[in-house]
Design a protein around this ligand. Structure first.
Ligand code: ADP
Length: 547
């Protein structure tokens, strides 16, 4: 790459753009990721809601089975008491002689006091013409006909209690049994609703009682909680009472309402917890992504810095070789002049004139070295040098002086001329010289490996319209066709170690001075670059003064 400035404007462009593109991608990615986490949270919450609801219903069912078992035990014991009561009534009925209704009445009264669910106690004759001999409630509509009692017991052995169901849905059933060998039967009417009564608050389900033949003695009325239009799960418990005489089926039914089925508060808590997890997850992933992006940006910046550093080192290297080359000649001359001077001083007689000449030559050479250093310093001096009226030929002269050694070292012949007279331009000389330096250097690189007759560079100046043109031509291979359209775009290089910044930089420098730069191929081979700068006309009064 040609010797270029300390700062290279093209370098920032593409790299910074890449970094910006990366940054721009960030929010979109973040947004997508947030939606993904939200969707994940929603799905997880739905699954959790389903599982929580299932577990909740299972738990309610477990509770109901436990309550059902307890109630079943209590009711079975109560039913067993009916057998015992019938046995004691039977003992009174079987007292020899005519039925002692008075004694039966006394016993019945005390039984009913202790067991309010026992609605009626009766003694029925089940002979040829069945009739009621005694009843605590003779005219009760729920009393079974004496004939029905006789029929139910027709095949039953004495002493065995059996159920005679009441009318369907009446809420009563009867327990009957033969009293000894007499054609007498005992009857106990049970208020089933009282029989299945539970402790207040113990049962939340509807409780029912069904006879062996399927007659519903107490139909379970579904307890509250059922919602219109809602067909929630139904919890069910069924078990036949443990009593041998009354094998009635106890049933518990609970139709769960929406609020009972779905554990809203549990689900809300789980969803909140999952939300927290999702939020934390999202944060962690986002932070990690940001850190990754920052790391990428940092490495990009590092690349950029390394690149800038490489460019500077390159420029420094070129400067150093330029300085070495330019100073080598005057220093060598100063050395030989000084040695000659010393010899002169030692020789007799002393040739004072020759010594003075040698010293004066030394002074001239030292001044020249100083001038070269000044020019090199100007070449790299940062800041904005002022534009000043400059002769284009002078600019060419400076560049040639600086690069001559380098070009000659490559075995390339540098030819200057023709140079137009009065080709004055108003520019920052150092900037234009830098651009020109790049063109000459590129030309030298293009021809250095070619046959000696092609190792030639021509620099000339001229006019075109109102512009002063500085033209650099070579006899090299010319510009590659794919390069022609994008010659001044940065980072386009065909050289193995080229950075493709020289032309981009040159264009910037020339345009900053109001000029144009163009490149193309010569008809008979080789490349031709032109720097065109606006012609600077001297002020009229100054011209007059000059005239
Ligand atoms: P670099 O010298 O680092 O490649 P430049 O911007 O100075 O970067 O040049 C870009 C490319 O233009 C070079 O790689 C080369 O292919 C082409 N180029 C420039 N000057 C000439 C020339 N005089 N002859 C042929 N090709 C040239």
């Amino acid at each position: 790459m040609p010797c270029s400035a300390v700062h290279h404007p093209g370098a920032g462009g593409p790299l910074t753009e890449t970094a910006n593109r990366d940054m721009a991608v960030e929010p979109t990615q973040g947004g997508r990721s947030a939606w993904r986490w939200l969707a994940g949270w929603a799905v997880a919450s739905l699954i959790a809601a389903g599982l929580a609801t299932y577990a909740h219903v299972q738990a309610l069912d477990g509770q109901m089975q436990a309550v059902g078992q307890t109630l079943h035990r209590v009711i079975s014991q109560r039913a067993d008491q009916h057998d015992a009561l019938l046995t004691s009534i039977g003992a009174v009925v079987r007292v020899p002689g005519p039925l002692r209704s008075d004694l039966v009445a006394v016993l019945a009264e005390s039984v009913q006091r202790f067991y309010p669910r026992v609605r009626t106690i009766a003694v029925v004759e089940i002979g040829a013409e069945p009739k009621v001999l005694f009843s605590t409630h003779p005219d009760d509509a729920i009393n079974p006909p004496a004939g029905a009692v006789a029929a139910r017991l027709a095949t039953e052995p004495p002493g065995r209690s059996v159920v005679l169901p009441g009318a369907a849905g009446s809420g009563f059933y009867h327990v009957v049994k033969r009293a000894g060998s007499e054609p007498l039967a005992l009857l106990l009417t049970v208020d089933a609703a009282r029989l299945i009564e539970a402790e207040p608050g113990m049962v939340t389900a509807a409780v029912g009682l069904t006879a062996e033949d399927g007659t519903a003695i107490v139909a379970p009325i579904p307890a509250g909680g059922a919602v219109a239009g809602w067909r929630g799960p139904v919890l069910d418990f069924q078990k036949v009472l443990g009593s041998q005489s009354q094998p009635l089926t106890l049933s518990l039914t609970r139709n769960l309402g929406l609020a009972e089925t779905v554990p809203f508060s549990t689900i809300a808590a789980i969803a909140a917890a999952l939300g927290l997890v999702a939020w934390l997850g999202h944060r962690v992933v986002t932070e990690r992504r940001k850190a990754e992006a920052a790391r990428r940006h940092a490495s990009l910046s590092a690349d950029e810095a390394r690149f800038a550093q490489a460019t500077r080192v390159n420029a420094m290297g070129e400067l150093a070789s330029g300085i070495a080359h330019e100073l080598a000649q005057p220093i060598a001359a100063i050395l030989s002049q000084s040695q000659a001077g010393a010899r002169l001083v030692r020789s007799e007689p002393l040739d004072r004139q020759a010594v003075i000449q040698a010293l004066e030559a030394n002074a001239r050479l030292a001044k020249r070295a100083g001038a070269i250093l000044d020019r090199l310093r100007d070449y790299v001096r940062p800041g904005a040098p002022e534009r000043q009226p400059t002769n284009a030929g002078e600019l060419v002269g400076h560049v040639v002086a600086l690069i001559r050694g380098d070009v000659a070292g490559r075995g390339v012949h540098l030819s200057v001329g023709p140079l137009a007279a009065d080709a004055s331009v108003l520019v920052e000389p150092i900037a234009v010289e830098q651009a020109l330096h790049n063109l000459v250097r590129n030309a030298a690189e293009a021809v250095e490996a070619l046959a000696p007759e092609r190792r030639r560079i021509d620099i000339s100046t001229g006019f075109d319209g109102g512009m002063v043109e500085i033209v650099v031509e070579d006899r090299g291979p010319g510009l590659a066709p794919e390069l022609l359209a994008r010659l001044f775009e940065p980072f386009r290089s065909t050289k193995p170690n080229g950075m493709g910044l020289g032309l981009a930089l040159s264009q910037r420098l020339v345009e900053a001075n109001g000029g144009r730069i163009a490149g193309g191929n010569r008809p008979d081979g080789g490349a031709r670059f032109t720097i065109a700068l606006p012609l600077h006309r001297a002020e009229p009064q100054r011209r007059e003064a000059a005239e």
